[in-house]
Design a protein. Structure first.
Length: 533
């Protein structure tokens, strides 16, 4: 199954195609070059756009005195609520410190303490100060800057910007051997083309645009995960959508990307208050306002239901030197008429991160030969049912290096692509009703009734097809596929665990210590199975 497109008008090739220019894609590309492999780096917008540069909190790594990878592991497992792949977590926390040191060697500059040491802070779910940050709350932008600088200096990395990757190309043996893509450009590389490679690495980030309100940028339409699904790859843990508990609430009319208020603000002393001015997180969790994100998000949601207000308050008036410590957040608040040093900030949960994705092994390989996945698009198992704060940038660094190392040892010759049938394309006008249905029925709190209603809506929307290929139609079709698999998995998991909360199944059940794996065949038929953790 593939998206309906026009005939390719141009072609190119490289040893490896990397799709995405966030921390996962850039790290993978640079590491591939260290093994002498040529890289085609494809990115949907400009190379410096995407979710990485929006990351405020930082990178978690056991670098501080008294901290250890084992303690980082314990915190990660606690947040993951029983569904983490322990081997993946071991790799993440043990290889993380060296990955961060390498990033620093590549030019990334992190904030320092008064004594000149790297300043480490604490975020939700962490029992130690282990978060490196840059520019106060602009860590992602600094990581992106350092990696982009290295990429631009490497002539062995060809970059194609403003390119939406459409589908994987496969050989007669079923191995992925390239991609089709659409470039909004000029000259020979404009419109639909195809790129051939000995392997493809998907690092397209998240799928936040499946919901009405998200912290993700407009480009986060899950194109890479949808591509992998249509290619026959298995996905796992997709029901676990993390909702960041504290996004700046403006009004109900605001859709799309919303300003995030990092939990690092709470790490510096800010507290959550309900409509009665009560610190409602006290007594709800031992870490109170710094509890894991799923815990804080559901408590905020409950407070909103009790008060009838579409937000709660974050009181950061006691945070020392707020404007300098959190310049990005301060600017967002001021632009929206709020002075966080003098008044409370209205906040609410919004879609933030997909803890699941394309199922991969410890070297990032999917269930389809030739197709590797890195970063938020992947399900390594390191996050389980709920990602620990600031583990996402770390995952991109660690597993990007592992993918490159694996490909350096096992990269067959280029294979010829064969044509596939069963084209699909939905009308772009399905997007708004899809986002509304997902936010209302498959958001912070779910039930069989809400999920069933959402699935029915998705079935109806699937009837609105199109024969006019365009970016908006491709994105809408991708989001519909992803919404469908999220809802199907959420219906199957009859319990509450991590960021998946069911009002009709409020308890966490030992019988659900399993991963839900979904797959779709070339005719559009779904299959699912459970994998015991």
């Amino acid at each position: 199954m593939k998206l309906l497109t026009g005939s390719p008008g141009w072609s190119t090739s490289a040893d490896v195609i990397v799709i995405g220019s966030g921390v996962a894609g850039l790290t993978t590309a640079l590491n591939l070059r260290s093994y002498g492999l040529s890289v085609l780096l494809v990115t949907k917008a400009q190379i410096d756009e995407g979710s990485t540069k929006w990351a405020q909190g930082g990178i978690a790594a056991a670098l501080g005195p008294g901290d250890t990878p084992d303690q980082h592991k314990k915190d990660t497992l606690a947040a993951g609520a029983g569904l983490c792949d322990i081997k993946a977590v071991d790799i993440l926390v043990s290889e993380g410190p060296e990955a961060v040191r390498k990033l620093i060697a590549q030019g990334a500059v992190f904030d320092k303490s008064e004594t000149g040491e790297i300043a480490l802070t604490r975020e939700g779910g962490h029992l130690r100060n282990r978060i490196l940050h840059a520019g106060g709350d602009a860590t992602g932008a600094e990581v992106s800057r350092a990696l982009l600088s290295a990429v631009k200096e490497d002539s062995g990395i060809e970059v194609i910007e403003h390119a939406l990757v459409i589908d994987a190309l496969k050989s007669s043996t079923g191995r992925v051997c390239g991609v089709t893509l659409h470039v909004i450009g000029a000259g020979s590389r404009d419109g639909v083309g195809r790129a051939l490679a000995r392997a493809v690495v998907v690092a397209t980030g998240g799928l936040g645009q499946v919901y009405s309100q998200t912290t993700n940028p407009a480009v986060s339409t899950g194109d890479g995960v949808a591509l992998a699904l249509r290619a026959g790859a298995k996905v796992a843990d997709v029901e676990f959508i993390q909702f960041h508990p504290t996004v700046l609430w403006r009004d109900l009319a605001n859709r799309g990307q919303q300003p995030l208020i990092s939990e690092a603000v709470r790490g510096e002393g800010a507290v959550l208050l309900n409509a009665k001015n009560e610190q409602f997180m006290k007594g709800k969790h031992p870490q109170a306002d710094l509890a894991p994100r799923d815990v804080v998000a559901i408590e905020i949601f409950n407070q909103m239901r009790l008060s009838g207000q579409p937000f709660v308050w974050l009181d950061a008036t006691g945070v020392k030197d707020f404007a300098n410590r959190f310049p990005t957040i301060y600017s967002s608040c001021i632009q929206n008429g709020i002075d966080p040093t003098k008044e409370k900030i209205p906040v609410a949960p919004a879609s933030h991160y997909a803890s699941g994705g394309v199922l991969v092994d410890l070297n990032g390989k999917s269930s389809i030969d030739g197709l590797y996945i890195c970063g938020e698009s992947a399900c390594t198992g390191a996050h389980g049912a709920n990602r620990l704060a600031s583990n996402s940038l770390l995952e991109g660094l660690v597993f990007g290096a592992r993918i490159a190392a694996a490909l350096s040892k096992d990269l067959p010759a280029q294979q010829e692509a064969v044509n596939e049938k069963n084209n699909i394309l939905l009308d772009p006008k399905i997007l708004l009703p899809l986002q509304i249905a997902m936010s209302e029925g498959a958001g912070v709190l779910r039930s069989e009734a809400s999920l069933t209603k959402t699935l029915q809506t998705l079935v109806e929307l699937s009837k609105l097809t199109s024969k006019e290929p365009c970016i908006e139609a491709w994105e809408a079709t991708n989001l519909h596929l992803l919404a469908t698999v999220i809802v199907k998995s959420a219906l199957l998991r009859t319990e509450s665990r991590g960021s998946h909360r069911r009002s009709d199944y409020p308890n966490t059940e030992d019988k659900w210590l399993s991963r839900i794996i979904q797959q779709i065949d070339s005719s559009g038929n779904w299959s699912s199975n459970l994998e015991v953790i």
